[in-house]
Design a protein around this ligand. Sequence first.
Ligand code: BES
Ligand code: ZN
Ligand code: ZN
Length: 480
Amino acid sequence: MKNILSIVAKQTKNNQTNAQASVVFVVDKNLKHHFVNEKQLKEFDYKGEGVFFVQETKTLYIGIERIDSDCLREAGCAAVRYFKNLHYENFKIGVYGDDKCMYALILGMYLGVYQFDKYKSNKKEGVLKQIFIVNEGYDKKFKLPEEDLMIRAQIVAQAMSDVRDVVNMIPYEATPEFLAKWSKQIAKTHKLECNILGKKELKKEKMNAFLAVNRASVNDPYLIHLSYKPKKAKTKIVLVGKGLTYDCGGLSLKPSDFMVTMKADKSGGCAVIGILQAVASLKLPIEVHGIVGATENMIGGDAYKPDDVLFSREGKSIEVRNTDAEGRLVLADCLSYAQDLKPDYLVDFATLTGACVVGLGEYTSGIMGYNKDLKDRFETLALQSGELVAQLPFNKHLEKLVESKIADICNVAGSRYGGAITAGIFLGAFIRKEFREKWLHIDIAGPAFVEKDWDVNTYGASAAGVRAGIEFINDIALRG
Ligand code: BES
Ligand code: ZN
Ligand code: ZN
């Protein structure tokens, strides 16, 4: 979706900005705020909670707990959603908090316009076109947001909207080939390199685990390799994404109810593509590669089977006991390819396990890896970006569970407990010693697809991983 909303910051004196409506945040139920018409609100018995619109003054009051990034991002989104389908072309809003707060507020407002109506006959055109951020002299301690901060929010929101659009697309359209074409398009617009490996090249690369997952699909697999190489970059980050454009489970077929939403099994791959788009637009001074393993996991006479043994690119043999644990097979080969690029940091994003959703709930992504400092760093930055994350620790007892009697490793663990971690441990077995401390695995299975609106997310794809990934890369670019 192209963002049609324009947000402008204006320094004006008392009530000089003519807008059709105003938004006022009521902080911690405090109706004594400068902007608040206390008497009027009391008359309506509004106590500073939730959303309340006063027709006479065309003012929308939104209660927030406190002035911080998380509250403002969510409230900004709520304000836009409120006006989106009404007949207001614009509204004005004051300045709340420091730069970080204002960035979150602006990002939330951009995300509020998102809607996915590609398959609706009646597309509702939003009327809301413009938001004025004004500092009408009420609050001297806050300053208007700078231009670059506003552009940054717009770039991140645009990447998220694009990722949501593609993840929301039906599997009949959003095929591996489509992801490859989309990547090429982004590469052209943002001057990235884009290298696409088809079936022939994947065979040459000995990516037999990846190829086995694809076997029963009528759609060819593609490995997408996007690279952003600015001059004088000192650090190299390689991102890897699971791009399953559909996961029916294969011969270990999913029950019907679990199959619905599996078009979103490409979320990790799409997030990686979106992050590359944003990193290039932001012109971050760091080398970033995005590698996406794009395929379907289907069923048919040619399907790979439980009992098969696959010979991966990294040289390890894999016993297949469940064809629905396909993401780790695709990622094993993609991570192998990624390590040849000699990254300083290697991060994969994947909707890898239902167990991660059971363990952490549907709002939180799992962070795994061998390097505690790196996990801590990613956790802090992801939370700062507005994404919920938590660490899931490996241990030597769980490590034993992926042993196989007939091959080097088994694609499912011997116990159903700790399934998110044992999947992470499986991936870890394909990470060479020299990259163990540089690698992170992010399981986004929970938040990637939203069944009920929450925070800045509306029904459908959320673009999980995009904000966290950009924040992480930006921090590495700044501090190494
Ligand atoms: N794509 C699924 C994981 C998933 C589940 C993502 C729910 C989003 C929501 C993955 O390929 C899968 O099916 N994993 C299996 C692994 C099991 C067979 C060891 C799972 O989680 O059940
Ligand atoms: Zn699966
Ligand atoms: Zn899957």
